[in-house]
Design a protein around this ligand. Structure first.
Ligand code: MSP
Length: 524
């Protein structure tokens, strides 16, 4: 398998100072859809997530909880593990920065940077934000706080520095040569402007607390949590052993998905560290936007952080996955409101996709003796729908190549809309009495279209898509993109199981949501 067939997708590793909320679930969900899509597309995939467990912020959270930091991080990291299970994330690995494999990689990278004279000892005197785990220059502060709104404190301590200033030109050249290194493009421009503004050497060790990886040969210092955390992307592939199968297959074929708040660390510091250590930078950094909750910033102090587990219990996993991936263009900010979510899941999933599948399969069940119908000669509009379904895969693939998740779904739902219009226009329930052969053709065209739709939607709506493919009696080994374009994949005469609704409709009743199973619409 060639390097072009490898796809390595990573989430940010989550701070274990707090339990996971919907914002965290979002980063991982996006990666999960990309990983599933790439697997369906026959790529060799590695999908990594994990937890970021060192630093002052986590140390403080452990102290506030009255716990030893290791016991505390064990406990909180477990919640992220559980979330991955509940959300049915298909990550291949889960890295914790307190693991030995990771510590070894970080210390080796450090030594390599020292060996290449990229690190020197000095004194840091400046502002630090524990919440952001970031250093700020006086000129960056806005009304005495970090640009993120986080409080800052004055820090003066011996510190090792990384010669970031020496990498300005090399980084600008790298961004020029790799115009799609940072997506979306507006974010790229932001980073380029920042680097053009000049880079200061970066403090990469701390001495005023001890919860971190010790600096080799100088244990009074712990390695700055961002140098520690970013290294997870290679430590999980076996670094410092760059000869492992995983490292050779997946580095630098990486797409790092990050929130816009941590873009600078990934798009400036990380490639600089790697270039300075003689390693290749990753292929892409994609920065997504932030979710607010009913118009408000999501925060612990406002008490509005949404627990994904409760939401899934109430609305269903595929419904939540769909809403988060479809509601806003990937890269933009979004507002999470229950009203918007219910509207989306009812309109797109229950009324459009669910109703298409349900009414077509019910008609096949009733009027074609519950078997795949035998098609006759195709007419122009039959071909038009089949062509739209066939060209969907290359269209969705090109959206996914730039991580345009919502556009991938929008494109898919255009074909769902076209299929529903075709049902209405061809009215197979009326043909039943006038032209049964034509009805069989129309229903065949429809189930073939649904087969293709469901193969694609497996990446986004895994559970419902599997159930649709089950109802079409598509064998497990015929569900990959390699089988997408197969003509005659649905063999006339094949018995089909009784159809059952896949997307329940949510209705509001006396201030409370309840779920009602919607039956087939106008199927006759
Ligand atoms: N530990 C660092 C990342 C290190 S990666 C080498 C970190 N952790 S975090 O837990 O604070 O954030 C993890 C991710 O969650 C970030 O990408 C962040 O943007 C994302 N989100 C946190 N709140 C969010 C929203 N309200 N909306 C969308 N994403 C949000 O940063």
């Amino acid at each position: 398998m060639s390097a072009a067939d490898a796809f390595y997708v990573t989430t940010p590793i989550y701070y274990v100072n707090d339990s996971p909320h919907i914002g965290h679930a979002y980063s991982t969900l996006a990666c999960d859809a990309m990983a599933r899509f790439a697997r369906l597309d026959g790529k060799r995939v590695r999908f990594l997530t994990g937890t970021d467990e060192h630093g002052q912020k986590v140390e403080k959270a452990a102290r506030d909880a009255g716990m030893d930091p290791q016991a505390f991080t064990d406990q909180v990291s477990q919640r992220f593990h559980e979330l991955a299970q509940v959300m049915r994330f298909t990550n291949d690995d889960f890295i914790r920065t307190t693991e030995e494999r990771h510590k070894k990689a970080v210390q080796t990278l450090w030594r390599e940077l020292v060996r290449r004279d990229q690190i020197y000892l000095g004194t840091y005197a400046g502002w630090y934000s524990v919440r952001d785990e970031a250093f700020y220059a006086e000129s960056e502060l806005v009304d005495g706080v970090a640009p993120s709104g986080a409080p800052v404190e004055w820090v003066e301590e011996p510190s090792y520095f990384f010669r970031l200033s020496a990498w300005q030109e090399a980084l600008l050249r790298f961004y020029r040569e790799r115009p799609d290194f940072i997506l979306p493009p507006a974010r790229r421009n932001e980073v380029v402007r920042f680097v053009e503004g000049g880079l200061q050497d970066l403090s990469v060790s701390r001495t005023s607390f001890s919860w971190g990886i010790p600096v080799p040969d100088d244990p009074a210092h712990v390695i700055y949590v961002w140098l520690d955390a970013l290294t997870n992307y290679v430590s999980a592939l076996g670094h410092p052993d760059v000869q492992t199968d995983a490292y050779r297959a997946f580095w630098p074929a990486a797409v790092h998905v990050v929130g816009k708040d941590i873009l600078r660390f990934h798009a400036v510091y990380w490639p600089a560290f790697l270039l300075a250590a003689g390693l290749e930078p990753p292929r892409r950094i994609f920065a997504h936007g932030w979710w607010t909750i009913e118009g408000q910033k999501m925060s612990k102090s406002l008490g509005n952080a949404i627990d994904p587990v409760g939401l899934i219990e109430q609305y269903g996993l595929d419904q939540i996955r769909y809403f988060l991936l479809r509601e806003v263009p990937f890269g933009n900010d979004g507002d999470f409101s229950r009203a918007a979510m219910v509207t989306r899941m009812n309109r797109d999933l229950a009324n459009d996709y669910g109703n298409l599948v349900q009414r077509v399969l019910s008609m096949v069940q009733r009027n074609c003796a519950a078997r795949v119908p035998e098609p006759g000669p195709l007419e122009a509009d039959d071909r038009a729908l089949l062509d739209a379904a066939e060209s969907l895969l290359p269209r969705v693939r090109s959206e996914m190549a730039v991580q345009a998740l919502s556009r991938a779904l929008e494109t898919t739902f255009e074909v769902i809309g076209a299929a529903n219009r075709y049902v209405d226009a061809r009215a197979p329930w009326a043909l039943r009495k006038t032209d049964a052969a034509r009805m069989a053709t129309v229903l065949y065209v429809l189930i073939e279209t649904i087969r293709r739709l469901a193969i694609i939607t497996q990446a986004f709506l895994p559970d419902a898509s599997a159930r649709i493919l089950d109802q079409l009696a598509v064998p497990e080994d015929a569900r990959s993109f390699a089988r997408f374009g197969e003509t005659g994949a649905l063999v006339p005469g094949t018995p089909l199981p009784s159809p059952a609704g896949v997307f329940p409709r949510h209705v509001e009743s006396v201030g409370r949501m309840q779920v009602e199973s919607r039956q087939a619409g106008d199927a006759g």
